[in-house]
Design a protein around this ligand. Structure first.
Ligand SMILES: [Zn+2]
Length: 345
């Protein structure tokens, strides 16, 4: 949920003229709608690349978050990796060798784990858009803990989400393996690579190359073995990604404990379950949209010499009480400093 609040904060930061500091760009109310996260009913498309050359980067009031301006006059949020990578997620059970560094007891996990997988600040890239060749589940009495996605040797493999590389190493079975840990706690595995392009500790964004396709390790031909894990437990990646269309099934992914088992193959969810997930997601969306709309309607006023709250209230057709409610810490008796920005609507 942390990212959600970040978006709300960003909206506030962008719309408060005082917050712009030295920034040359002021977004209009209409543009503010762009940063409202999408509903999950529209699946999240795989994103790759940037729309042209970078023209400029602009700081926001949220530490570690910048706006990148492109030559074609589009823009996007950018999270400074050096900031994101300080998250505790990348300290907890951090091991650059172990396949499962967590050793989490299954009983300690809740029945449902809600995970934000994509939003304005964290995008998604389908590791390979193709029909799954070999599915998750038991195979010749062996646990097949991921999906096999055919690809040619030497074809670039991109990270599914942004995150920090935890493992980049050769293993007998996996061959060349890269494991990326994501801020939401998920880990993604990319195995049988002919070449690894990253080292432990490297930050990758969704779509960044982590290696090249291959057939190293226990493999009978070039393919990408892709795993998704939570606290060391693998679950069928198809719960999360529709590999045929390349789309993420949900922005808010509700991982069920029962899916953390080799016996839990992906089956399309019942209509009831789908509705439940969408309801939860829509509620989160509505809350973000409401906050964004409120922020968009906000108006600020810079205190001038001779101003007092009563005067400012009259000027903006509001009351002293209403202004105080909009500005935490502000009371009718507060001495107003000249130049202070206060919210009036
Ligand atoms: Zn496999």
């Amino acid at each position: 949920m942390k990212l959600r609040y970040l978006i709300i904060l960003l909206t506030l930061a962008l719309l408060a003229p005082e917050g712009m500091g030295q920034t040359p760009v002021k977004l209009k109310q209409k543009e503010s709608e762009i940063i409202i996260p999408r509903l999950t009913k529209e699946s999240v498309k795989s994103l790759r690349g940037v729309p042209g050359n970078v023209l400029d980067t602009i700081d926001t009031q949220t530490p570690g978050v910048q706006i990148i301006l492109f030559e074609n006059k589009t823009w996007k949020y950018y999270r400074d990796p050096s900031h994101a990578s300080k998250s505790d997620v990348f300290k907890d059970c951090w091991d650059t060798d172990a396949i499962d560094p967590y050793h989490t007891v299954m009983d300690s996990l809740p029945d449902r784990i809600s995970i934000w997988v994509a939003d304005t600040l964290s995008q998604y890239n389908c590791p390979r858009q193709i029909r799954v060749y070999s599915k998750f589940g038991m195979r010749h009495r062996r646990r097949h803990q991921g999906v096999d996605l055919p690809l040619k040797k030497g074809e670039p493999v991109g990270a599914a989400f942004s995150g920090k590389v935890r493992v980049s190493k050769f293993y007998k079975g996996y061959g060349n393996l890269v494991i990326v840990r994501h801020e939401n706690g998920l880990e993604t595995f990319y195995a049988h690579l002919s070449e690894r392009s990253v080292s432990p500790g490297d930050w990758v964004d969704a779509g960044d190359r982590i290696g090249l396709g291959g057939s190293t390790g226990r493999s009978t031909g070039p393919h990408l073995h892709f795993e998704t894990r939570y606290r060391g437990y693998a679950f069928d990646p198809q719960w999360l990604i529709d590999f045929e269309t390349g789309e993420l099934r949900h922005r808010l992914f509700v991982l069920k404990k029962k899916h953390l088992s080799i016996a839990s193959k992906y089956v399309p969810e019942s209509e009831e379950e789908e509705d439940e997930i969408h309801a939860a997601d829509s509620a989160a969306y509505d809350a973000a949209a409401k906050a964004a709309a409120e922020a968009a309607a906000a108006r600020y006023y810079k205190v001038k010499s001779g101003d007092n709250l009563g005067k400012i209230a009259r000027k903006h057709g509001t009351t002293v009480g209403a202004i105080c409610r909009l500005n935490p810490g502000l009371t009718a008796n507060t001495t107003l400093k000249i130049g202070r920005s206060i919210r009036v609507k």
